[in-house]
Design a protein. Structure first.
Length: 133
């Protein structure tokens, strides 16, 4: 499973893997760079990496337990359980394998731009956002 995908690899078809913003950045990078427009390269951390994080840390099981018997019509219960899920994610120790993948991609990007401490923008990109209803 790929945890990192580069903008020069991404197309709009990759929305399920990296979300709408990242897929669009990949499209822009590929199409505009060919026309001489300077678009910075970058990388996306995949939805697969997120699922791997959940599995490696056991948070996936905690989430299933928290959500068991959920009444989606009960807004207070939804909020309470949502807070518990967030806490489970925030308290999990970040897996070393994912940390290495992300750090390696950052080092590669820094090398590409010949800067040892390259400033980057970090954007969230959900796999179901910005899609037609």
């Amino acid at each position: 499973m790929e945890n990192i995908l580069w903008f020069n690899e991404l197309t709009i078809k990759d929305i399920p893997k990296v979300g709408g913003k990242n897929a669009s950045l990949g499209e822009m990078y590929q199409k505009l760079t060919k026309k001489g427009v300077k678009v910075p390269n970058g990388f996306a951390i995949t939805a697969g990496a997120y699922h791997e994080f959940l599995k490696l840390t056991g948070v996936d099981k905690k989430i299933r337990k928290i959500l068991k018997g959920l009444d989606t019509d009960n807004v207070r219960d939804l909020a309470k359980r949502g807070a518990k899920v967030r806490q489970a994610i925030l308290q999990a120790e970040f897996p070393e394998s994912l940390e290495k993948d992300i750090a390696s991609a950052y080092k590669k990007l820094s090398k590409l731009y010949k800067k040892s401490n390259l400033d980057v923008a970090v954007r969230s990109s959900a796999t179901a956002e910005d899609l037609p209803d």
